[in-house]
Design a protein around this ligand. Structure first.
Ligand code: HEC
Ligand SMILES: [Cu+2]
Length: 343
């Protein structure tokens, strides 16, 4: 029944999924390994297509031979019910189906190993940006040692290009348990392991927001440990850097909220540069309002959600490691107003 509707729609869906394998035009709303926009991701994508084509070749020849045998040797009314001739072994066939798969496995192994080493050993160019990524249950800390910036959950990096490469080199550390840094359009997964610094790099060639997430089960809220990477044009990036380097905004109108923050336990878990708060257990809040989301991407960053988060973090991210601080309504308003000034 070739050409009947089920067959036709199957062919169409095959073709449209083939279109998905085309390199992406830019950032995608859903993380995808099929739309790479950064050097290591391109190479991984090309390798995966190579592996897929070999697997498809194997599938087609096995399925083809199987179909041939099923049709050619199907039961017929004229069959005698006698046993077929019993043959023992064939050295040629046995050799062929041992040697060919071994060769295929060797090719797959060598091409994969070569790519892994090529990515890992890529020399870091002078122009590269260094960022230290620290995985915490259940949020990301980003430190830019040469720029004196500390931020959380939303990583900003400059746009790179073939002519002027501006890659970002990431040192990956963990504060507690294993995590895994994975932004599929930019690079392969790399784990963050306590006491074992790892490294990876990205070289994004198209601007925009790339999403990803922790890809290692690291505890109750592993699934809400989301990652956002903003690939900024040069002007945007230097404006962002300039703002992050400033100490926290001081607005006398919210002095009450600031006083509360500095006298509650908030200060022992969070840093706000220029205040008494120097805690490192939770995210740096010096420029909290420069982030678009709260608590590693669980919700939009606005006054309403911020207040709800401070009142009861578990209502947005149950099992997270920030306690509900039992503040009164008035205290909640004051602290929210204060944090809302930290642009
Ligand atoms: C015991 C340590 C601890 C205390 C005390 C604490 N926090 Fe947190 N806070 C955290 C942790 C951990 C996170 C990250 C949670 C997550 O994303 O899983 C966090 C996240 C936040 C965030 C979101 C930050 C971001 O980058 O999205 C805000 C805002 C915040 N805390 C405000 C406060 C305020 C205000 C207080 C005091 C009323 C407070 N915290 C007290 C540990 C703490
Ligand atoms: Cu994690």
């Amino acid at each position: 029944m070739i050409g009947s509707i089920p067959v036709r729609s199957a062919v169409i869906s095959l073709l449209s999924s083939a279109a998905l394998w085309m390199p992406g035009k830019g950032p995608q709303a859903t993380p995808s390994t099929l739309a790479p926009t950064s050097t290591p991701a391109y190479e991984i994508h090309a390798l995966s297509l190579f592996v897929l084509s070999i697997a498809a070749g194997i599938f087609l020849s096995v399925a083809g031979l199987l179909t041939y045998a099923i049709i050619k040797y199907r039961a017929r009314r004229t069959d005698h019910l006698s046993e077929p001739a019993q043959i023992y072994g064939s050295t040629q066939i046995e050799l062929a189906w041992t040697v060919i798969p071994v060769l295929i496995v060797i090719v797959l192994f060598l091409t994969t190993a070569r790519l892994i080493f090529a990515i890992q050993d890529a020399p870091e160019p002078e122009s590269a940006l260094d960022v230290t990524v620290i995985g915490h249950q259940f949020w990301w800390e980003f430190r830019y040692p040469k720029l004196g910036i500390v931020t959380a959950n939303e990583l900003h990096v400059p746009l790179s290009s073939e002519q002027e490469p501006l890659p970002t080199y990431l040192t990956l550390l963990a504060a507690d348990v294993d995590h895994s840094f994975w932004v599929p359009q930019l690079a392969g997964k790399t784990d963050l392991i306590p006491n074992h610094p790892n490294a990876t790099w990205i070289n994004p060639l198209q601007p925009g927001l790339y999403v990803g997430q922790c890809a290692q089960f690291c505890g109750a809220q592993h699934a809400l440990m989301l990652l956002r990477v903003y690939v900024d044009n040069p002007d945007e990036f230097s404006a962002w850097v300039k703002n992050q380097q400033q100490p926290a905004v001081e607005d006398p109108r919210v002095a009450g909220g600031r006083h509360l923050f500095e006298t509650q336990a908030c200060m022992s878990c969070h840093t706000i540069r220029g205040t008494a708060a120097t805690g490192r257990f939770g995210p740096d809040l010096t420029h909290l309002m420069s982030r678009q989301t709260l608590a590693s991407g669980v919700t939009n960053n606005n006054a309403e959600n911020l207040r709800q988060w401070i009142e009861d973090p578990g209502s947005l991210k149950s099992g997270c490691l920030m306690p509900a601080m039992q503040l009164s309504d008035q205290q909640l308003d004051q602290v929210t107003e204060y944090l809302s000034t930290l642009r």
